[in-house]
Design a protein around this ligand. Structure first.
Ligand code: GDP
Length: 327
């Protein structure tokens, strides 16, 4: 087992921007060991007053849309042109199914990873979406406390993870390909509605024209959605990670969004709503964990479940009986 530090040592290391201690602190919030969790809570409490000063950007799109290539190009652009410090986190609950990780493997984003102003952290493996989401949210705060002022949270546009990411970022960016139908791209209903911007990727060479047509088409589609509380009208841009084009307009879009929502108060409101969401989420998760770990439930579960499956007992009565037994 790796060495543990005191909460103060973790917090001081993180606040000093020490990447080794930042990584160790993230490992701690990812740990499921009860003693680590207690330690992690203490560390989080110390760093929390220093967190929050970043723009959190969620990035999603189906595998093959060009996410890693895009993040590398966009990330390098932010570092070089705007002097940003960037952390890239990933939410990839599919890794538990495939055993390997789609996101965050070491060969991706090599130039970005080599830059001392960038910090890239792969998705924790072998956890449920709820577990990954919780630790990623805490990792965002740790990275902010360590001085990263732009945070990317990357996810594969399949499954439920983009909803979780949407609940932890300020700005949600959907990457899409030109010429492939929504269904082909695995774009589920509801994802377009969550997007603050859509970027059509690979707008280069012969793909440039289809990309600009797709831009007009999607812009038309997005205008049909009513404006949300932020009063922001989502924009569609085109970009090429190969040609490094379209990156400045995209960052301008993010900055315009931040300016508008900070002025009208919805930026802060969204973060407050998200805090409340994660509070309720954590309570639900802890209650459920405690329930299933309770000796009475462990003892009765099989039999009760069988009775429900066979139709001998109603699910509601069984749930009530099990809950009573945990009192
Ligand atoms: P991911 O699965 O979404 O992370 O996608 P990748 O970044 O791995 O890219 C998928 C494929 O698209 C790779 O073969 C890339 O070389 C290619 N690709 C990525 N970005 C661009 C781009 O800007 N232009 C073109 N023409 N191809 C790209």
């Amino acid at each position: 087992m790796p060495k543990r530090f005191t909460p103060e040592e973790y917090a001081q290391g993180v606040l000093a921007g020490n990447r080794v201690l930042l990584s160790r602190a993230i490992t701690l919030v990812e740990s499921t060991l009860p003693s680590d969790q207690t330690l992690a809570h203490e560390v989080m409490e110390l760093v929390l007053p220093h967190a929050g000063k970043s723009v959190r950007v969620g990035i999603t799109g189906v595998p093959g849309v060009g996410k890693s290539t895009f993040i590398e190009a966009f990330g390098n652009y932010l570092l070089e042109q705007h002097g940003k410090k960037l952390a890239v986190l990933a939410i990839d609950p599919t890794s538990q199914r495939t055993g390997g990780s789609i996101l965050g493997d070491k060969t991706r984003m090599e130039t970005l990873a080599a830059n001392p102003s960038a910090y890239i952290r792969p998705s924790p493996a072998g956890k449920t979406l709820g577990g990954v989401a919780r630790s990623t949210r805490e990792s965002i705060l740790l990275c902010e406390a360590a001085g990263y002022d732009v945070i990317f949270v990357e996810t594969v546009g399949v499954g439920q993870s983009e909803t979780a990411v949407h609940e932890m970022v300020d700005f949600f960016l959907l990457l899409m390909l030109a010429g492939a139908g929504d269904e082909l791209q695995g774009i589920k209903k509801g994802i377009m509605e969550m997007a603050d911007a859509v970027a059509i990727t690979k707008a280069d060479g012969a793909n440039l024209h289809p990309a600009t047509s797709a831009q007009a088409e999607y812009q038309g589609a997005l205008h049909l959605f009513p404006l949300g509380a932020s009063k922001w009208s989502p924009r569609v841009t085109v970009c090429s990670a190969y040609d490094k084009t379209g990156l400045a307009p995209l960052w301008e879009t993010v900055m315009d969004y931040v300016t508008l929502t900070q002025e009208n108060g919805s930026f802060a409101q969204r973060r407050k709503d998200q805090n409340l969401h994660w509070l309720k989420h954590s309570i639900r998760q802890s209650l459920e964990e405690r329930f299933y770990q309770h000796p009475f439930v462990q003892e009765q579960w099989e039999q009760m479940a069988q009775q429900v499956v066979q139709g001998q007992k109603s699910p509601f009565a069984a749930a009530e009986e099990l809950l009573q037994g945990t009192k």
